[in-house]
Design a protein around this ligand. Sequence first.
Ligand code: FAD
Ligand code: FES
Length: 256
Amino acid sequence: MKQEMMTIVRQQELAPRIYELVLAGELVQQMKMPGQFLHIRVPRNDLLLRRPISINQYDQDAGTCTIIYRVEGDGTKFFAELSAGDQLDVMGPLGHGFEIDQLNAGDTAFIVGGGIGVPPLYQLSKELNEKGIKVIHFLGFGTQEVVYYADEFQALGETRFSTDDGTFGLQGNVGNLLLAESIQPDAVFACGNNGLLKTVEQLYNQVENVQLSLESRMACGMGACYACVCHVPEDENKSVKVCEDGPVFQAGEVIF
Ligand code: FAD
Ligand code: FES
């Protein structure tokens, strides 16, 4: 983990309230695992807590990484006003991401994402592709207007979409997409809201390798403050920290 003033290379709005931000800095050389996140200081003195945002992709040769975020409150609103040449105080890469070592060429992996849980799945899919693993993406959004990275994911493998209102892909949620699928995967990777993660956990309880990326409110982002604890099944005295032990956990490992 490193802390650095990273420089914004470019920023663009991909869809209403959804921004893609490319950052350059030394810290990129430490990014080795898809699913980790950056903890970013909002350059405003009254906003003390850093904002956790997943790493969407990294390119060590270019020395750049990308994040994709949705404007929610004051912090992300401030990020959206920044442009090329501005700097951000960034800590990272943080947390434990997706493990892909157990998979072999020829295996099939399902990649399941919803809304603003989709960004970290892109680097994951790229790395699975590089290992010769067949990926099938199942991506859910609210409506067509807020769909992003459709072409990028389609370039990496079969991609099925759902929208709540049916304006793009199947009408419904990602669970409906998964129910329509007959193939049994060797592994499932998911990131999204708790409803999506619970659906994945239930549908694939026969699959040994199911990895879920959890979201939780964070303060320090590095294991020191206990703001992000989750309990583990069958031992109410034991807990894990989403920022340090996760955000990615094996299905069944934590209660959420
Ligand atoms: P406010 O609501 O004003 O934030 C107030 C406080 O609440 C801040 O401390 C903020 O960090 C915290 N907070 C608010 N919403 C969340 C949330 N959903 N999760 C955690 N903390 C929250 N969002 C994206 O758009 N793209 C991503 O790739 C992404 N990756 C994430 C990865 C992790 C590991 C976590 C924990 C969260 C991620 N989020 C992501 C959610 C993102 O952190 C919040 O949307 C963001 O912090 C909101 O800040 P704000 O100041 O705009 O909103
Ligand atoms: Fe402080 Fe996780 S955010 S321990």
